[in-house]
Design a protein around this ligand. Structure first.
Ligand code: GDP
Length: 538
């Protein structure tokens, strides 16, 4: 297809409009806080709104009922897919999955390098939990703005003000409620929208169906119906006004404040408010700085960065799939792109968009969208693909590992395969590889954020590289960055070991636990022991 010269500005305009309609985000939470339930509720709710709109407008869309049934059947969407695309009115929401269960790993963190916003999901009875805190650390480090959703308000939980206080005290994020619950956790009556003063009463549907019925009441009527609960909410709101806890876009985008919403994903309370807030406040994809610090606008020619690799999704073909988030330009299937790291062409004939559990072939995509590249054996996490003049993006950082194991080839006759396999898994970002002269190249140390990464290594080394390995877990739980000048002192200390990370050449010191680290610091105040990105809380 030949492109007329004057179609370029037109395409740039189209890309800017498409990017403006998109919101690319992830939900960060601790297992069981309700991420899958919320994902489903968001998808169902958005589908209902989009389809309801279609009744009056475009008549070719599917009806509400069929959409709902199809989605209900695919329960578990957020677990099986990398990205879920949700059409919501005029907007396109791309919800990227952050696996948060047993498969917690560096992948989970890397996803946060591909989003523009995160929803921090809290269980109203539990508040901030460990995995949420770790993921929040990554958001902070990557300057990802965070919206907070306090879930399970239909069950007994904590006081709303106490939960806000916890967020402020423990993570230093100023909470700014968008809505406020009337009725304590477990006795949920409805939600008051602070900006408009509108009150929405929530009715459970009989028989425990998962859809809430919402009813708007004016404040006079609400005061009458809700009685003391209403008065208490008014008092709390007055307090919030007094301390100036107002939603503020600039500080939200700067990662200083977090808009907070209350609700319950299971009975679908407050989900529509969350969607509306996401569209209103979450930033659309914007310019991304390249490796040299130059801002690349969304309307520039195509570019994108791989944030996740998945191997052997199809057992029959041992292929790798790369998930790429588009930063700029329009993607069209069949485009030949350039792989920045090797300068080689990369054909995109087999490209898929991930819609729920099914894979659909994608034809066009825009900034903020995620595309899955099949047969991507040449790609690694952090790699850039582009069209036109060369583009390079900064590498996705390695995260603070907490699990360490020595890896050895079971069969010394397979040492070459062993070396090749370990180098490949290191390049792909499956695990971090650390070495030292003391341990030698035959027995490198593997470092991981989550223990599942070790299982992937063991499995792939045996299946793919035909070099079965044995792992010996090490008794370290912390890593700190240090300098060559400090290494001699550290070598002499017990409960600590210095190794070099192959990927970036960083010198890391591994320490048994935070108590040991504290003692080392106390006895050697001049040592450089810097925390690594996320997960390194003491
Ligand atoms: P995930 O591990 O974060 O994906 O959590 P799930 O979505 O699987 O939810 C964990 C459990 O909490 C399930 O039994 C859900 O039914 C339940 N759950 C999730 N949201 C709510 C809610 O708003 N109210 C109540 N009562 N239960 C919920």
């Amino acid at each position: 297809m030949s492109v007329a010269a004057d179609s370029q500005p037109q395409q740039a305009q189209e890309v800017a409009v498409e990017a403006g309609r998109r919101r690319t985000f992830a939900v960060i939470s601790h297992p069981d806080a309700g991420k899958s339930t919320l994902t489903e509720a968001l998808a169902l709710h958005a589908a209902a709104i989009t389809s309801a709109g279609a009744v009056h407008g475009k008549g070719d869309r599917k009806g509400v009922t069929s959409d709902w049934m199809a989605m209900e059947q695919s329960r578990g969407i957020s677990i099986t897919s990398a990205a879920l695309r949700i059409d919501y009115g005029e907007c396109v929401l791309n919800l990227l999955d952050t696996p948060g269960h047993a498969d917690f790993s560096e992948d989970t963190y890397r996803v946060l390098s591909a989003v523009d916003c995160a929803i921090m999901l809290l269980d109203s009875a539990k508040g901030l939990e460990p995995q949420t805190l770790k993921l929040f650390d990554v958001c902070r480090a990557r300057r990802v703005p965070v919206i907070t959703f306090v879930n399970k308000w239909d069950r007994p939980g904590r006081e709303p003000l106490e939960l806000l206080d916890e967020v402020e005290q423990r993570i230093g994020l100023r909470p700014t409620p968008v809505n406020w619950p009337v009725g304590i956790a477990g006795d949920f009556r409805g939600l008051l929208d602070r900006a408009s003063g509108r009150y929405t009463k929530m009715h459970r549907t009989p028989g425990g169906a998962t859809r809430a019925v919402e009813e708007e009441l004016d404040s006079e009527r609400a005061a009458e119906v809700e009685g003391a609960e209403w008065d208490q909410a008014q008092e709390e709101l007055a307090l919030l006004d007094e301390i100036g806890a107002h939603v503020d876009e600039a500080s939200f985008l700067a990662g200083e404040s977090s808009p907070v919403l209350f609700g319950a994903a299971l009975p679908n309370f407050g989900v529509s408010q969350l969607l509306a807030t996401l569209v209103d406040l979450a930033p659309a994809p914007g310019a991304k700085p390249d490796a040299h610090g130059r801002e690349r606008p969304v309307s520039a020619p195509f570019s994108g960065q791989v944030f996740k690799m998945q191997a052997n999704m199809d057992q029959a073909h041992r292929d790798r799939m790369a998930f790429l988030r588009i930063s700029s330009g329009r993607f069209e299937r069949g485009m030949v792109l350039t792989h920045s790291e090797t300068g080689r062409p990369f054909a995109t004939k087999y490209t898929q968009a991930m819609f729920g559990s099914q894979r659909d072939t994608i034809e066009t995509a825009y900034p903020g969208d995620v595309i899955a590249l099949v047969n991507a054996n040449a790609l690694s996490v952090g790699d850039t693909l582009y069209a036109g003049p060369k583009v390079e993006f900064a590498a996705i950082p390695s995260f603070a590992p907490e699990h360490f194991a020595v890896v050895r080839a079971k069969d010394s006759g397979r040492y070459k395969q062993f070396q090749r396999g370990i180098a490949q898994l290191d390049a792909e970002g499956v695990v971090q590889v650390l070495t030292s002269d003391v341990r030698g190249q035959q027995a490198p140390v593997l470092a991981a954020v989550g223990p599942l990464q070790f299982e992937v290594v063991t499995d792939r080394m045996a299946q793919e590289f035909r070099a079965p390995v044995e792992l010996n877990h090490l008794d370290y739980t912390l890593a700190r960055r240090t300098t060559p000048e400090c290494a001699p002192t550290l070598h002499g200390l017990s409960g600590a070991e210095v190794l070099t990370r192959r990927g970036d050449g960083e010198l890391l010191v591994l320490v048994h636990n935070k108590y040991r680290l504290r003692v080392i610091k106390r006895d050697n105040p001049d040592l450089v022991l810097e925390p690594l990105l996320a997960g390194g809380a003491e």
